[in-house]
Design a protein around this ligand. Structure first.
Ligand SMILES: Cc1ncc(COP(=O)(O)O)c(C=O)c1O
Length: 446
């Protein structure tokens, strides 16, 4: 057994021993849930079974074994507001008593769309229930508008369960991403893939003249954090305009950069903005907005007869409860003042991890984007998705996550990301720093 496998076995034994009730529930769940989990990706949690939650509030939660955790996963951004923010809870409770879903607008839609316009610049908004749907609908409308068949995404992006985006580059050739289940068609038919920060590659793909829209996170967050290089966004904007392709910026995770996401913080000028996850404090809600120019071109292009059957829809979308939750969350929770607290906490988390890495002499690095921070198992900041993917290490990741979980800290199950909420404290951050330091020192034997 390797040293890492031995450490992993020790942590798994400790986890099983200290979580008897979760272990018991997991065993019972296998009787009625497919592979014992309500959502298949929950199998990814380290330790052999997931922790079952008793209750959550702010940046903490308690499991069914009575153990309290600092939550840096925060529902992988869905709970970036902290769990159950008071204002959102109040608004939801009041709205639920007055009607949950009607397929009719409530006045909150005006306030929310006005606020999204103020934050992100684009001014013609629609609502959905998930960021996945916001992206799917935007892609459809972009193809409809441009009469072009393809989209461009960046290698190793993630934009939700959107068929067209499950494509990666293998030695320069587009193919289905590993694990792409039952793709409707080979994604090479729908998608051109470019490495992030590769302006030449982008131009080469756009030159084909068949790209309806480039769908991009403004900084990659789903394969570790990959920052745009200076000038990349200017080139992206200029080239998409030059080649008649729309530019959709997915702010679902990069809302971590500030109230207006990366777009607001860096004055980007996208044609479409998509966002979901935390904007309603965890209540399912998402939004996608078009620039005035694109909205003008779209208006009148869809027959009234077809507006409910064109592949853009959802009877629960824009429901009264989601809109009330969005209004309260944007108005009172994800505010300028909240980000002014959250971003320094992420800086503190980053410094703590940096010190731990240096002390242990590991060839790792840590990077930050607004109130989100992440360590990667390589010495250098990746320039693109391929480099970030190459720095991945599944065994190390599982070990670090389980080590943290066994000591009261939850990180995302997907990579080594930590997110600060308005309820996170310096004490929470320092607890992580100490646990990370111990793990790093033990691993390196320093
Ligand atoms: C950038 C980005 N966009 C969209 C999504 C999809 O969000 P959801 O799964 O809530 O639909 C995700 C999910 O992780 C994401 O990271």
């Amino acid at each position: 057994m390797t040293a890492l496998a031995e450490l992993q076995a020790r942590e798994e034994a400790r986890f099983a021993e200290t979580h008897p009730r979760s272990r018991d529930l997991a065993a019972r769940a296998a009787e009625t849930l497919f592979e014992g989990v309500p959502m298949h990706w929950m199998r990814k949690w380290p330790g052999g079974f997931p922790v079952f939650v008793q209750e959550a509030k702010g940046a903490r939660f308690v499991d069914v074994d009575g153990i309290e955790y600092v939550d840096f996963c925060l529902g992988d951004t869905g709970a970036m507001t902290g769990h159950g923010p008071d204002s959102t809870l109040r608004a939801m409770t009041e709205q639920a008593a007055k009607g949950i879903t009607l397929m009719l607008p409530t006045e909150d839609a005006l306030w929310v769309s006005g606020e999204l316009t103020r934050r992100f610049g684009v001014s013609a908004w629609q609502f959905a229930l998930t960021a996945t749907d916001a992206n799917r609908f935007s892609i459809r409308l972009a193809r409809h508008l441009t009469r072009r068949s393809k989209i461009v995404v960046f290698n190793w992006c993630y934009h939700g369960t959107v068929d067209e985006t499950f494509a990666t580059l293998d030695e320069g050739v587009v193919g289905p991403r590993g694990g792409n289940l039952g793709p409707p068609v080979d994604p090479a038919q729908t998608t051109r893939v470019v490495e992030f920060n590769d302006v030449e590659g982008l131009e080469r793909e756009l030159r084909h003249g068949d790209v309806a829209v480039v769908l991009a996170e403004p900084a990659l967050t789903n394969i570790g954090i990959v920052h745009p290089e200076p000038g990349f966004h200017d080139a992206l904007r200029e080239l998409t305009r030059q080649h008649g392709s729309l530019l959709a910026i997915d702010e679902t995770h990069t809302i971590c950069c500030g109230p207006g996401g990366y777009t607001g913080a860096h004055d980007l000028e996208p044609d479409i903005v998509t966002i979901g996850k935390p904007i309603a404090g965890g209540i399912p809600a998402a939004a996608y907005g078009f620039s005035e120019e694109v909205a003008g071109r779209l208006a009148g292009s869809i027959e009234l007869e077809d507006v409910d059957v064109g592949g853009v829809g959802g009877t629960l979308a824009a429901n009264a409860l989601s809109l009330a939750a969005m209004r309260a969350t944007l108005g009172d929770v994800l505010t300028e003042e909240a980000f002014a607290r959250m971003i320094p906490l992420a800086e503190r988390w980053t410094q703590g991890v940096e010190t731990g890495i240096a002390e242990a002499g590991l060839a790792w690095h840590v990077t930050r984007l607004g109130c989100r921070a992440e360590y990667l198992f390589g010495p250098d900041r990746p320039r693109n998705g391929a480099e970030a993917h190459a720095a991945g290490n599944v065994e190390l990741e599982r070990y670090m996550h389980l080590y943290a979980l066994n000591r009261g800290i939850l990180l995302t199950p997907f990579h080594n990301m930590a997110l600060m909420s308005p309820a996170t404290t310096e004490v929470d951050v320092d607890v992580h720093t100490e646990v990370f330091r111990e793990a790093a020192l033990e691993l390196s034997g320093a």
